[in-house]
Write a protein that binds this ligand. Structure first.
Ligand code: SF4
Length: 377
């Protein structure tokens, strides 16, 4: 029997081990076999000295390392410039701090009215359901706390958050985030979401998850069956590069969308990963083909130790100028800067207004032509 099993190159063990297709499809197996040590990473990829040093640092202190076998299978084992690898393999550059770096760039701790709940806007709040993720993204805004070992939110914290939501009916939209809430057991996640859904003023729930990208096996029938009665639930996912669109991701997205979960994508603009109009065009077109709406292209938050992954603001503006008119509107996300200190998101874009004189506004089109638009008298 064993001889007929495929060899999965990316299993974090030496030498490569035989794994059944059934195990590979099991999200718990994926989590159990995630790479979390320098030795396993070394066995799976040809590491550069900077990556080896970064991995040692990640394992020893602070922001941990975790790469699922699925996500590992998207990585080029010999190319340190691989866009998937740059997102999840630590490097020595993480030890560097540059001006503007912040531990908590979105000021979430200052906007936490009760533990575990962040409110930065009047009508929405973010519930931190767990600190765990399948893969720890090296640019994560919450690197200060994800992977800390706390696990799923404790009952008393959750009760406090629910009490706050009941006392603040102006909050109509709750983003359940983390960490990644989909690494929680299905019954625990469904019970948590049912409690949020039971707050009468909550209209929409959004699940923020990278599982369709990093752990697509997680999106199974049992999950959608358990969550479907709690609609409307929107899924906010996070593809950054077309290489992340795999057969398994396709299946996960179709399972969610066919079960009535609208799926929106937030990409983060990352140096050496997707800071290129052609790459992003391929990603956004690929997402729309899969019925996923590219929603935001986020300027990377100034998280401590991520300067090597961030771009200048001009890079995003130039990319958007190139994509404007080249991509259908449903494939074109908003370019967003989430302002440091938790002051909120600001959409930015190539300047469309050239000048205004009285009721005459000169606009620049995607072809660079200037056209005058006259206000009605
Ligand atoms: S999955 Fe989300 S929360 Fe987890 S490390 Fe990646 S960006 Fe951060």
């Amino acid at each position: 029997m064993a001889a007929s099993l495929p060899i999965l190159r990316d299993v974090p063990a030496v030498p490569a081990v035989r794994v059944s297709a059934r195990d590979r499809r099991d999200w718990r197996w994926q989590l159990r076999n995630a790479i979390t040590s320098v030795e396993a990473l070394e066995a799976a990829l040809t590491l550069t000295p900077a990556e080896r040093e970064g991995a040692r640092r990640a394992v020893a202190e602070g922001f941990p390392l975790s790469i699922t076998p699925h996500y590992l299978s998207r990585i080029d084992r010999d190319d340190p410039a691989c866009p998937v690898r740059r997102q999840c393999v630590p490097t020595a550059d993480e030890a560097l701090e540059i001006p503007g770096d912040l531990r908590d760039p979105l000021g979430e701790e200052a906007h936490e009215p009760v533990p575990g709940l962040v409110q930065r806007y009047p009508d929405r709040a973010l519930l931190i359901a767990t600190d765990r993720c399948g893969v720890y993204c090296r640019f994560c805004t919450r690197s200060r706390m994800v992977g800390d070992g706390g696990g799923a939110i404790r009952e008393e914290k959750l009760l406090g958050a629910l009490g706050y939501l009941r006392a603040h009916p102006e909050v109509r939209d709750v983003i359940v985030s983390g960490g990644d809430p989909l690494v929680m057991a299905t019954d625990k996640l469904a019970a948590l979401l049912a409690k949020v859904r039971a707050v009468p003023s909550v209209e929409t729930i959004r699940l923020a998850t990278r599982c369709p990208v990093t752990l697509p096996q997680r999106i199974d029938r049992a999950l959608v069956k358990a969550l479907r009665p709690l609609h409307p639930i929107w899924v906010m996912t996070h593809f950054n590069h077309p290489r992340e669109l795999s057969k398994q991701s396709d299946r996960a997205l179709a399972t969610l969308i066919d079960a009535g979960f609208p799926v929106m994508n937030q990409s983060v603009l990352l140096r050496g990963v997707n800071d290129d109009a052609d790459v992003l065009e391929a990603l956004f077109r690929g997402l729309v083909r899969r019925r996923v709406r590219p929603y935001y292209l986020l300027q990377a938050d100034p998280v401590r130790g991520t300067g090597h992954l961030r771009t200048k603001l001009d890079v995003g503006l130039e990319i958007m100028a190139r994509l404007q008119g080249r991509l259908t509107g449903i494939a074109l996300p908003k370019l967003i800067v989430d302002t440091p200190g938790g002051k909120g998101k600001v959409p930015i874009g190539p300047e469309g207004i050239v000048r205004r004189e009285g009721g005459a506004t000169t606009l620049r089109t995607f072809r660079g032509e200037e056209v005058v638009y006259l206000d009605p008298r």
